[in-house]
Design a protein around this ligand. Sequence first.
Ligand SMILES: NC(=O)c1ccc[n+]([C@@H]2O[C@H](COP(=O)([O-])OP(=O)(O)OC[C@H]3O[C@@H](n4cnc5c(N)ncnc54)[C@H](OP(=O)(O)O)[C@@H]3O)[C@@H](O)[C@H]2O)c1
Length: 263
Amino acid sequence: MSKLAVVTGASSGIGQAYAERLAREGYDLVIVARRRERLDALAKRLRDEARVTVEPLTADLTDDRDLARVEARVAGERALELLVNNAGFGAYMPFEKLPPERADDLVRVHVLAPTRLSRAAVPGMVERKKGAIVNVASMLAFSASLPPEPLPNRVVYAAAKAYLVAFSQALAAELAQSGVRVQALCPGIVATEFHVAQGASGPLPGAMDPAEVVQASLAGLQSGEVVCAPTVEDAEKLRSVAESGRAFFAGRPSGALASRYRR
Ligand SMILES: NC(=O)c1ccc[n+]([C@@H]2O[C@H](COP(=O)([O-])OP(=O)(O)OC[C@H]3O[C@@H](n4cnc5c(N)ncnc54)[C@H](OP(=O)(O)O)[C@@H]3O)[C@@H](O)[C@H]2O)c1
């Protein structure tokens, strides 16, 4: 039986690299983004190169009706083996300058859409006892306590990506015995149009190739890594940062007020 992957944000960058790699691995694809002509060109190329079925699905994931269409598609796909929630953008700027509607869009694309599409995918995957969901987060998910410089101004973006890490970890734990895997992918700087949209004039120094990000993600899925960080060499450090919250849950739960808050 054929296997199918749905990739959001496949019209460029990391999403396009997923589509290219998954097509080579024999996945049929549904590719989602707003730019129809980009999706059509990619679909044609991948059909010719890899002899798989590729269906473009034009959707703006900030739009409720478009999201509902993609959701219905994901829920109805019997062969769905992989959902990649990758679509995204940065809108880096000081919080007080971020237009409120842009803040909404950040939450819709990075939080609401992955949540709803995962919710649409999980029942079928659990029933079939196989499948995987990749939520493309970022190393910036772990950056909240760092000052704005030299990292970008990123309040809503970093918080949305932190949501994706927590969402993926909690869902992976809930589905641990189901045969369904969940990953939060946390790239560093990747050479994509993401930075052009932020005003970069050319390639950023030290940026990773999107194909390598995908390579790390798929290898991490194989090895069962829930938080996958392609540029972090020390896997132990990655685990300890990703699981740091556990320290609060060690020992017996207590409702007593901590002594430093007593007067
Ligand atoms: N590049 C980096 O350094 C970096 C680092 C860490 C994490 N990430 C994350 O990686 C993911 C992919 O980004 P990228 O670097 O590959 O950037 P990119 O080349 O700009 O690609 C972003 C993709 O998201 C799609 N998209 C954006 N807004 C959308 C919307 N409202 N509805 C539907 N699709 C939408 C775009 O397609 P259309 O414009 O055609 O809709 C495009 O296909 C993002 O979630 C980003 O936050 C990137």
